[in-house]
Design a protein around this ligand. Structure first.
Ligand code: ACM
Length: 265
């Protein structure tokens, strides 16, 4: 199975330009079965007012951005996971969608909002789910979800073999943390981060790039630079993520001592 990420610089409030960038890069890319795009790939990140979000957020499915993703998936016979500013009636979610050759599949709404996102978005209100896309089972998470190891654990316990992690990272820790998430759950992870800097009158944020793909054996299979637009695709065997045994006597899931974890819930 060929999996990858597209690391780029979404332009703030310019959905059309972002769609065009995605179409032109994915059209000329080598073939892939699954590709992950950054968080808020339709809109950019640094909102100052809800009115800005209102301009770019879309109802899912049926909006412009997701409809274009559906066309790309049909022509490429592949799956895309992408971050989308979602509008649901009068409220907004920081979401990601799974889209495939059959069209729109599902939406994940970010559970753990980071910093000023809390001013604009509602926290996610849908369960962490796993989707069978034929060659593998995939789970979705977004950026700051990485700092809560429960996110990947739940997805892995539900059978995810590949974690699709759309991101707009600003802290320097996630790339290392996701290696731990991979080995402790025996899953592949794809972190698709963005690059560039966004500013408004009050704030400036620089995004850290270095998108990566990690393996159940804690290997970095691909890694992007900090500041370049890049597509990277690697070939994996998703079956490797089905084996939770790390030696003859230790199983990552069966050895858990859940009786002692009650405080977690
Ligand atoms: C983040 O969650 N976008 C840092």
């Amino acid at each position: 199975m060929k999996i990858g990420f597209f690391q780029f610089e979404p332009k703030f409030l310019d959905v059309e330009e972002n769609i065009n960038q995605i179409i032109s890069e994915l059209e000329k890319s080598q073939t892939f079965d699954l590709i992950v795009l950054p968080e808020l790939a339709n809109s950019g990140y640094l909102f100052k007012k809800k009115e800005e979000l209102e301009q770019v957020a879309e109802e899912i499915p049926g909006g412009t951005f997701v409809s274009h993703l559906e066309s790309i998936c049909k022509s490429k016979n592949a799956y895309i996971v992408a971050g989308v500013a979602e509008k649901k009636g009068s409220i907004f979610f920081n979401s990601s969608v799974l889209v495939g050759p059959e069209g729109y599949v599902s939406t994940y709404r970010k559970l753990h909002l980071f910093d000023r996102e809390k001013l604009f978005f509602e926290p996610g209100n849908k369960p962490l789910e796993v989707y069978d896309i034929g060659k593998a089972k995939v789970g979705l998470m977004i950026c700051f979800d990485w700092i809560f190891p429960e996110t990947v654990r739940v997805l892995a316990l539900k059978g995810a073999e590949i974690i699709c992690h759309s991101a707009n990272l600003v802290l320097p820790y996630s790339q290392t943390a996701m290696l731990a998430r991979s080995v402790e759950n025996a899953v592949f992870t794809i972190t698709a981060n963005r690059i560039g800097t966004e500013k408004n009158d009050e704030l400036i944020l620089s995004f850290t790039g270095q998108s990566q793909i990690t393996s159940p054996k804690m290997k970095t299979l691909a890694k992007a630079e900090k500041d370049t637009i890049e597509i990277k695709i690697v070939e994996i065997d998703p079956e490797l993520a089905k084996n939770k045994w790390i030696n003859e006597r230790n199983n990552l899931f069966e050895d858990r001592r859940v009786d002692y974890y009650a405080i977690l819930t």
